[in-house]
Design a protein. Structure first.
Length: 138
């Protein structure tokens, strides 16, 4: 069992979204939809379609931070087992689904369920780590 692959998958998702966001922003400037000085300090001047990508990229630095911390703790504490790996992959898959919805049709109810599912997987990881700590010999 290994948590490195789901961690790398989440990092890859973040990097790809960052590159796509940069490209979408570059294209908006190139097409004259926005001027650089208008967005230098405030993202609100970007067209909505561009802000969608930027917002999703920013989302990758919210709950995924908890995923990285919990994964690191699981590795450090020797709690990498089947259930932990399943929860980690479940979180990453939920983030991929969330990102796809967010930068696509952006259906808020579908996005909410994808986000909520990811939180459930994070809570599962957290509970497993706390349970391991509480049952560990002193």
């Amino acid at each position: 069992m290994n948590l490195v692959w789901p961690i790398l998958a989440q990092v890859t998702l973040t990097l790809v979204l960052g590159l796509v966001t940069g490209w979408v922003r570059y294209q908006a400037v190139k097409r004259g939809e926005v001027r650089v000085r208008e967005v230098a300090l405030d993202n609100h001047a970007w067209p909505d379609s561009v802000r969608q990508f930027g917002n999703n990229f920013s989302n990758q630095f919210e709950t995924p931070v908890l995923f990285y911390v919990l994964s690191g703790l699981a590795i450090y504490l020797g709690q990498v087992h089947f259930a932990m790996v399943v929860a980690a992959w479940g979180f990453v898959i939920s983030r991929l689904i969330h990102a796809t919805i967010h930068v696509g049709r952006n259906d808020l109810s579908q996005r909410f369920w994808a986000f909520g599912l990811g939180v459930v997987f994070l809570v599962a990881m957290f509970v497993m780590i706390v349970a391991a700590l509480l049952t560990a010999p002193l």
